[in-house]
Ligand binder design. Structure first.
Ligand SMILES: [Zn+2]
Length: 332
């Protein structure tokens, strides 16, 4: 399907094969460049010299459809001239094949394949795509002016309910400081909690943070639902925030939400791993001091006090992988 102002980004992405997409088109206000299926760059003809350089990605997990619909609506409004784009934008729908099937992934979780990890899993169908997305992000930021802000928002929804419905994950920053204005901006987008990661990870946001020096965030915006079953009013905070950002309007800022730090991973070493939490346990559930969180043969994971909480519990992962994260609050 040729991509015109009448065919939207999502349907064009889902319809295009790897070799079948129009390279470039010019509209009244902006130039569109397809770098690959689901990888679209939008550059206004009149772009301020230090305009923000913004990457928005969604659908890295194919069952997380609401952020895809949010991004698609934004792009349709830009292309139709209803939203004036004032920044350089790279829009990515991460996993078209999984989106078509409504599945999280086909062979391997793609958000564990960035920062070069795809080389260790080259047989997975996600590996080549992760490499393609890394390359697209690197090319985009490499051609950004040095003085312009580099921003990446990787939009997700979670598998389970959460004490904080909307939260942001800041990838491990090494020696760099976290951008406090961005945290205030996220709060203004109704983000209710911030998790600071304490180690490198093979996520898309870690990749762009570390390799492209972007202020990058993984945003968990609610619970995953199939296409057509999302209540998009629950995503209005982030949708509004992104629209203001893309139009270079004054941001709505709010007080920084509660900050948490990843303390350690619950690693599933063997099939003997038992998670001592209800299957329906919410993300950010408080773990009472002394509580036996999980055991794996002789290894016991016990809550050490200090208001530890559980994040992303998933005892069904393969041995050797993370079956959950224990987090703790940090002072602002
Ligand atoms: Zn996800």
């Amino acid at each position: 399907m040729p991509f015109t102002s009448h065919a939207d980004f999502l349907s064009a992405t889902l319809a295009c094969t790897k070799t079948d997409f129009p390279a470039r088109s010019t509209l009244t206000q902006l130039r569109l460049t397809w770098h690959g299926p689901g990888i679209l760059e939008l550059t206004p003809h009149a772009l301020a010299q230090n305009a923000d350089q913004v990457l928005i990605s969604a659908g890295i997990h194919g069952n997380e459809t609401a952020p895809v619909e949010v991004l698609n609506a934004i792009l349709n409004d830009i292309i139709a001239g209803r939203l004036m784009l004032k920044v350089r934008l790279l829009a990515i729908l991460g996993h078209p094949e999984a989106l078509q099937r409504g599945e999280r992934y086909l062979d391997y979780d793609m958000n564990r394949l960035f920062a070069g990890a795809h080389r260790q899993h080259a047989q997975a169908r996600e590996a080549a795509r992760a490499a393609e997305l890394e390359h697209a992000a690197e090319r985009f930021f490499a051609t950004s002016p040095a003085s312009a802000r580099r921003l990446h928002y990787d939009l997700h929804t979670a598998i389970r309910d959460s004490v904080f419905e909307k939260f942001a994950i800041v990838p491990f920053m090494h020696q760099r400081a976290c951008d406090s204005e961005q945290l205030a901006w996220l709060a203004g987008c109704d983000v209710e909690a911030i998790l600071l990661h304490s180690a490198p990870a093979a996520t898309f946001s870690y990749h762009t943070s570390f390799h492209c020096h972007a202020s990058a965030f993984t945003l968990e915006l609610g619970k995953a639902q199939p296409f057509g079953q999302n209540d998009l009013s629950r995503f209005s905070g982030i949708a509004q925030g992104l629209r203001q950002l893309l139009a270079a309007q004054a941001p709505k800022l709010a007080a920084c939400p509660p900050l948490f730090r990843a303390k350690y991973n619950l690693v599933k070493h063997s099939e003997a791993f038992r998670l001592n939490l209800d299957a329906q346990v919410e993300n950010f559930t408080l773990l009472p001091d002394g509580y036996l969180i999980a055991e794996d043969g002789a290894t016991r994971y016990v809550a050490q006090g200090g208001e530890e909480r559980i994040l992303f519990p998933n005892p069904g992962v393969k041995p050797g992988l993370r079956a959950g994260i224990v987090i703790e609050p940090v002072a602002a």
